[in-house]
Design a protein around this ligand. Structure first.
Ligand code: ZN
Length: 551
């Protein structure tokens, strides 16, 4: 049965030589998927593909992994969001492709199961990321994270350790994007950012295909003529033009090989079909942006965007007089991070190795109170509390407490302790920043580092591991978030101790809360203007009574 396998130099030779077919039994061809040709052959150690839905990448990935596993003897871990996704993917796609190709069938051994396959001398393991099962402990030469942005990102981060003992250490990620600078979009930003370029036969201008209803120079589709057009001369682009495109990297020296695959570049999608999809009443801006254009979409309530935070800056240094009540919010750990503010806003932030920095603040403002993270450094917070009787409080952050108060303060012996709902408190502060309600005294330069900590927090959907149904939302971090949490502790303190002095009223009106970021990181137009039905998000969890200036 085991015939001597032919040695192929590359995957394209193999696809042709073995007449490889897809799961439907159709031969793999590149007439309708010309943009996949280079992706199949790409041997970059780190490969990332930010893509629209349904562009043929799963099939490409299955075949690529099979060929590379065998030829280069790579052990591969392939992750999908859930265990259910793994069953559908392996049962419905991987197994069907293998069944349609005798040469592939020869490569896989009898150990074949949904969760693992032997391919020649190598193993390929399939795992869900939202699984309740323990993480797989085997080593691998290549990690493939399919649908990364629907996966559990901290689990994906943990998988990097599986590559430790490999000489290959490859990571492939692909997904439709979700939020800016999160998941696959973060990978894309670090990559060489390949765009699919086409050449206008009329004016010979090379350009990539893009969509922007506000700016004709950035719009590759003519809505009236229902046709792809040149962004320069506006002549109609014949069908073959998109087929004859080629990948062009924006940053040639970046080590990560990145591709942006919007549906615009798929030859089977006509301009008319795209316009109909765009105008369909069920097409939300998020769907259009992430699943059709393959670009991240932020509605501003899912992330503290840079402009949402910086609009709060006063541009001037300021500190309250000594006799005013101030609240110090402190995130504790090996180092401590703190923010200081009162009813007139935040005016200072910093970090320190020991508590003497906090002692200085407590001395300077004799009515200052400190709200410390109770779940961090237990010994030193206790000592600090004893040093400043009646002025130090510990706050414990908890998971979802939907039925209870957002913040609960203890009574009696527990009077110096508070419990707060972590997700709802983070949401509250983000919403207050984006509606310009917390003055921040100082300049961009002084607060940029502070904002970076917020930028590491994103609101993600929490999926049920079995059904993939959205169970709720959670703020997750993908880097240090200490000053953001210090602000949450400050905000808990403000809820209780905000004074009754003068109150600053914001005079700036609420700015648009939605915008998108193009692959080149420029900000595009506001989707609220693009969609008649409007998508202005309400401040979902902002409670009127919780405005800290009204405490
Ligand atoms: Zn032209």
């Amino acid at each position: 049965m085991a015939k001597q396998p032919k040695q192929y130099r590359d995957i394209h030779e193999w696809l042709i030589g073995e007449e490889i077919k897809n799961e439907k039994g159709d031969p793999i061809e590149f007439d309708s998927h010309p943009f996949l040709f280079d992706i199949y052959a790409d041997q970059a150690k780190y490969l990332t593909i930010m893509k629209a839905a349904q562009v043929g990448l799963s099939t490409a990935s299955i075949l690529k992994n099979h060929f590379d596993a065998k030829k280069y003897e790579l052990d591969i871990i392939y992750t999908l969001p859930t265990d259910g996704d793994v069953r559908t993917f392996v049962g419905g796609k991987v197994n069907r492709i293998i069944a349609n190709n005798l040469s592939m069938l020869d490569d896989v051994a009898d150990k074949d199961s949904i969760e693992q396959k032997q391919i020649g001398k190598s193993m390929e393991y399939f795992r869900g990321t939202w699984t309740k099962k323990a993480a797989i402990m085997v080593t691998a030469d290549r990690l493939v994270h399919d649908e990364k942005d629907s996966s559990k990102l901290d689990v994906i981060a943990d998988y990097q350790a599986r590559l430790q003992h490999s000489k290959h250490k490859q990571t492939h990620t692909f997904s439709h994007p979700s939020l800016p600078e999160t998941g696959v979009h973060a990978d894309w930003l670090a990559s060489d950012q390949k765009h699919w370029f086409v050449k206008c036969p009329s004016c010979k201008h090379w350009q990539f295909l893009s969509w922007n209803t506000e700016d004709p120079n950035q719009m590759s589709i003519d809505l009236e003529r229902r046709a792809f057009v040149c962004k320069k001369c506006r002549e109609i682009l014949p069908e073959y033009v998109r087929r004859n495109g080629q990948w062009v990297a924006k940053y040639k020296d970046k080590p990560i090989s990145g591709y942006w695959v919007p549906l615009l570049i798929a030859p089977w999608m006509t301009a008319g079909a795209l316009i109909d999809k765009f105008r369909h009443p069920d097409t939300t801006p998020e769907f259009w942006w992430t699943k059709v254009l393959g670009l991240p979409y932020a509605d501003g309530s899912s992330k503290l965007l840079r402009k949402s935070f910086f609009q709060n800056l006063t541009g001037k240094q300021w500190a309250p007089p000594k006799d005013e009540r101030v609240v110090i919010g402190v995130d504790t750990g090996l180092r401590i991070d703190y923010v200081v503010g009162n009813t007139k806003g935040l005016f200072h932030h910093g970090d320190a190795e020991d508590y003497s920095a906090l002692d200085l603040l407590m001395e300077r403002w004799p009515r200052a109170i400190a709200m410390l993270d109770g779940g961090g450094d237990i010994l030193r917070t206790r000592a600090f509390k004893e040093k400043w009787p009646g002025r130090v409080f510990l706050c414990y952050l908890t998971g979802d407490r939907k039925k209870n108060e957002m913040v609960t303060f203890g009574t009696g012996d527990e009077a110096s302790a508070a419990t707060a709902d972590r997700n709802r408190m983070i949401q509250l502060v983000v919403d207050e920043y984006r509606t310009n309600r917390i003055p921040v005294h100082g300049t961009e330069e002084q607060w940029f580092e502070y904002w970076l900590d917020w930028n590491n927090l994103s609101k993600m959907k929490v999926l049920d591991p079995d059904t993939n149904v959205v169970k709720g939302y959670k703020w997750v971090r993908n880097g240090r978030d200490h000053r953001a949490l210090a602000t949450v502790f400050w905000r808990v303190g403000m809820r209780r101790f905000a004074g009754t002095g003068s109150i600053v009223q914001s005079e700036t009106e609420v700015r648009p809360t939605s915008y998108m970021i193009d692959p080149n990181q420029t900000v595009s137009f506001d989707p609220d203007e693009m969609f008649i039905k409007g998508v202005n998000k309400t401040l979902d969890e902002l409670e009127e009574s919780d405005d800290w200036r009204n405490v």
